[in-house]
Design a protein around this ligand. Sequence first.
Ligand SMILES: O=C(O)c1ccccc1N[C@@H]1O[C@H](COP(=O)(O)O)[C@@H](O)[C@H]1O
Length: 214
Amino acid sequence: MSAEISVKICGLTAPEHVRAAVEAGARYIGFNFFPKSPRYAPIAQAAALASDVPVGVAKVALAVNFTDAQLDEIVAGVPLDMLQLHGAESPERVAEVKSRYGLPVIKAIGVAEAEDLAAIDLYSAVADQLLVDAKPPKNSELPGGNGLPFDWRLLAGRKYWRTPWMLSGGLNPDNVAEAIRMTGARQVDVASGVESAPGVKDPCLIRSFIEAAR
Ligand SMILES: O=C(O)c1ccccc1N[C@@H]1O[C@H](COP(=O)(O)O)[C@@H](O)[C@H]1O
């Protein structure tokens, strides 16, 4: 892996998968607190998994339009390094969450067409990182984690946004190298593309994904 490419493996629910991701060189580990997700990890489970994550690998909590009360519980129960807001949180809400918890915030931006990229400038001012993800299909229960890519050509030549960003949406071991080449992304994030069934991570696919991003 080029030293510059960082990988986030998201939606881990088992210790052996956390170990596989860490050993393969993941830079970020995501725990998913959205109950409708097949990758949902309750607080106690995520706390146990977090204890296996070494210093230097960022533990990220994925939240979707959560209230302060919900975030309070997560932050109190799990040792975290970052929060990922993956819903319709406004820039004001992102700023509020950042200051309430004192943790860096990753804001997900759904992209389907060129006009969706305007949100990147809007959130750049308040978020620590952006996650440029595929917009979910209409009526999808999940605002992310759908295993669907967007048209990467929309990002060609855009690698110099001032806020660090990750590419996600439908990435897998077979397409991640091409996605990096086309978009100039220096960070990538994956959930379903390293699974053998919805919510079931596959250590071999995790390793292959990270190697392919190299
Ligand atoms: O993974 C989920 O189930 C999920 C649920 C709700 C919001 C976001 C979710 N996942 C995030 O979306 C990206 C892309 O997923 P995929 O690789 O296309 O399956 C994932 O990495 C998470 O950050």
